[in-house]
Design a protein around this ligand. Structure first.
Ligand SMILES: Nc1ncnc2c1ncn2[C@@H]1O[C@H](COP(=O)(O)OP(=O)(O)OP(=O)(O)O)[C@@H](O)[C@H]1O
Length: 346
């Protein structure tokens, strides 16, 4: 497990540039064997957090515990030994171009002083684990992005770490390859019990893989918890904006271009309804139409299922008077739907 205890990190002023409070009052634990997403925008402090976990940076105050060892207090040989229990994968893979896939994977084992025979057996095992046994003798330039990341994952797991840090590991990959790599990480977590810390700026990555999520903004943890809870009840505006990106709260262009701010005779009000909860969106349109005796149009809908709960939004076209629209909003609010009128269409 990884635990941050009242941690802060300040980079001192340098050559006329002011000091930076990169992380402040960081206090949370990443449970052993979990897959935890750490999400934040550029500059939120994600890379600083990674460097603190693997001991490349020292905290200004507080400490980082990895497997009950205070990594921030270790130096020299002790630190290098502790770092063997923390594997790391990177956005740009960081493979040595002069070494084959097998030799890249062997590198940490050579550094750890394994025998040639042990290295050979372990490398074969790792290549099979990541699904590229046939790429043993290939150089990085002969591999696709996904295959390079598989080599990166095998190398990170070589010394049997208890924690795997993934720093934007799928950011350079296409969506299909991203999914395959995230599936591989899920299998590794399940089979080896490795704790995975997913550092990312993409909520879609968190949604696919993580069970827990920590939202970082300007050096602070602004929200954390189970992914399904955060997706269904995001509290902080930064979390809401991440969610809007993945659950498609933005309107289709064809609809957005028709929306105007003033009603017109015979037109409809456009009402957006947030859907957050178990099966919440299933019957809302039918019930609304039936109970209020109204022809409600479904202009757009996007609903995902996350952790067994429905998350997304419906955009309804509601005909009739101001008074009728107010009744619709009141009806939705009575059933705990968050809804707003975003304009009108003719
Ligand atoms: N070595 C350093 N010296 C001075 N300031 C730094 C250093 N590293 C990071 N910072 C500053 O600390 C803050 C947090 O940076 P960090 O790289 O941890 O964020 P990030 O979330 O990883 O961003 P990105 O996704 O862009 O890499 C930023 O304001 C950054 O400019």
């Amino acid at each position: 497990m990884v635990r941050f205890e009242r941690l802060s990190k300040t980079y001192p002023a340098y050559r006329g540039k002011p000091g930076v409070n990169a992380l402040q009052s960081i206090d949370f634990a990443i449970p052993r064997g979990s897959i935890t997403g750490v999400i934040g925008r550029s500059g939120a402090g994600k890379s600083s957090l990674v460097r603190l976990i693997n001991g490349l940076e020292k905290p200004t105050t507080g400490r980082v515990m990895v497997d009950n060892k205070d990594i921030s207090a270790l130096t020299g040989r002790e630190l290098r030994l502790a770092q063997r229990s923390i594997g790391m994968i990177f956005q740009h893979f960081n493979l040595l171009s002069s070494r084959t896939a097998a030799d890249n994977i062997a590198l940490p084992l050579e550094i750890a002083g394994w025998t040639k025979a042990d290295i050979k057996a372990r490398v074969a095992e790792l290549l099979a684990l990541v699904g590229i046994a046939d790429k043993h003798d290939r150089y990085p330039s002969e591999l696709s992005g996904g295959q390079k990341q598989r080599v990166g994952i095998a190398r990170a797991l070589a010394t049997r770490p208890s924690v795997l840090l993934s720093d934007e590991a799928t950011s350079a990959l296409d969506p299909q390859t991203t999914r395959a790599i995230l599936d591989l990480l899920a299998n590794i977590n399940r089979e080896l019990g490795v704790t995975i810390v997913l550092i990312t700026h993409e909520m879609s990555v968190v949604r696919q893989l993580a069970k827990e999520v920590v939202v970082l903004d300007a050096g602070h943890v602004v929200e954390s918890g189970h992914v399904a809870d955060i997706f269904t009840h995001p509290k902080h505006p930064i979390t809401q904006s991440f969610l809007a990106e993945v659950i498609g709260d933005s309107l289709p262009v064809s609809l957005a271009s028709r929306i105007v701010s003033e009603p017109s005779a015979g037109g409809q009000a456009v009402i957006r309804v947030q859907v957050r909860g178990a099966g919440a969106g299933d019957t809302v349109v039918a019930r609304l139409a039936r109970e209020l005796g109204l022809d409600v149009a479904l202009l757009s809908a996007r609903i995902d299922e996350i952790g067994g709960r429905h998350v997304g939004s419906l955009v309804l076209g509601v005909p009739g008077s101001e008074d009728m629209q107010a009744r619709v909003l009141a009806w939705l609010s009575q059933y705990q739907f968050s809804a707003e009128r975003i304009g009108y269409v003719a």
